[in-house]
Design a protein around this ligand. Sequence first.
Ligand code: TEU
Ligand code: CA
Length: 568
Amino acid sequence: EHERRWWKEGVVYQIYPRSFADSNGDGIGDVRGIINHLDYLKWLGIDIVWLNPIYRSPNDDNGYDISDYRSIMEDFGTMSDFDELLTGLHDRGIRLIMDLVVNHTSDEHQWFIESRKSRDNPYRNYYIWRPPAADGGVPNDWQSFFEGPAWDFDEATGEYYLHLFSKKQPDLNWENERVREEVYDLMGFWLDKGIDGFRMDVINLISKRPGLPNSRKGSTSRIVGGEHFINGPRLEAYLSQLRGKVLDGRDIMTVGETPDVTPEIGLRYVGKEQGALNMLFSFEHMDIDFGKGGSWDIDSWTPAELFSIFARWQMALNGKGWNSLFLNNHDQPRQVSRFGDDGVYRNRSAKLLALFLHTLQGTPYVYQGEEIGMANVPFTSIDECRDISSRNYWKRAVQEGQNKEEVFRRILYRGRDNARTPMQWNDSPHAGFSSVEPWIACNPDYHRINVSMQKTQEDSILWFYRRLIALRKVHPVFAYGSFEEIAGSSGGLIAYRREDGPSQETLLVVLNWSGDQAVQSPAVNRAIKETEGDRILLTSCEDDPNRLTALAAGEPFLPWEAVAILCD
Ligand code: TEU
Ligand code: CA
């Protein structure tokens, strides 16, 4: 039923190069640092690496502001280091996908340097310039994702340019055919080097509604004006052109980063028939704890709600598209802190989250450090934070006179730096990441949470990931099985069944997504009883040969107990 493809069967490992490993003692992670840890990736068993941006950049937004798409950031190394990395990965049977950031460039990119020189510069139209409004103010009311208006005034030519992110990230003008050709060219440059695909940064922001109208009253968009630039009117046309010019005929993988997408909209981008991309990152589940005031406004959530979002995507894309599965990345809090328990049940809850994600239909993504249960960071002051999004929020909120403690509390919960502290390799100074003070301080918990310690403990989170990844390679039901929720789930108790026709395998997954014991509902108990004679393939708790019998007899689930039962 499902076309078999390597990018459906593989597990992706996301590397944030600045924080992965520093090879030359300047406190900044680099390409050679990754090369030095290739055997670790092989040992873990992952199949695909997604590398966050490593291109030349003044680092206003850690590499998401690119000043040259065809060179490597000096902090990270050289093009020959990169070539060595690619070869090293391929030699180990690991594929590489790169970040493609083409909604915007750096303001230090040559195109923008030219563009801002004069109104008739040949590059003027590479970006989105508008004269001031009648009152001299901004051309429209759109807001930037990093606080404040999405427009900046440029003295030299007396016009404003659009930037949906920082003012050092001017938006490219995709209406301009030459801009699109530049993008196809630079994609070709990297594909010709032999990379295996792209993760496309905010790709559903590239089409702005012509005329750039003011925001619509009553719009529910997460950002002022979003209804005019998220999933914009020409997006599908651009994607289909890109597909024809670059993607078709190549055995590569593409994943679009697409905030504000429902399954219905998502299928336009990844649907088997018309979709240009293989899969996308949707954010409905990541936005689950956003309050009415947007991302910095923190709201409560329940496991049942979170699960129902995943379940909806599972059903909607089955046989029509393909899901990417993730619970954190470099922009999000650490999953064990946000969705699990980073206190007494850190170990078990981290395993439950892993088991959940890897037993859904789709391609799982592991963000560096997740495999050892890295947790959010106890920053004590905004001065320790590096992220432009947190820092800009702090500046604005404090200027507005908001309560500093509350603002900082929100940053501690939500801030992107939670995910950006150095990878914790061992318990030597700076976590084995670097020989000197790193660009952002280590999480002080690295003495108890690190790779080298967990490698020696077979019941560690790390070994759990390794086993989970290995199981996926043996049992096609993991990637391809259908998904069916078992009704009657209640509280933290969640159950679902996966079925794979060709292999005749069935997987029953039951999760107690809570720190309390959970009594089984009749439906869950019935499903467990039906598995008589089968075996628990993997559990978040200690292995116990009698556990399945006990569960069938109706014993309650332990806090954070998660089991995958294989019926074959
Ligand atoms: O993120 C896009 C995006 O939607 C984020 O700004 C998100 O809203 C925010 O991080 C949630 O806290 C991508 C990249 O992943 C991010 O690192 C970049 O800063 C951004 O695009 C601009 O390139
Ligand atoms: Ca370095």
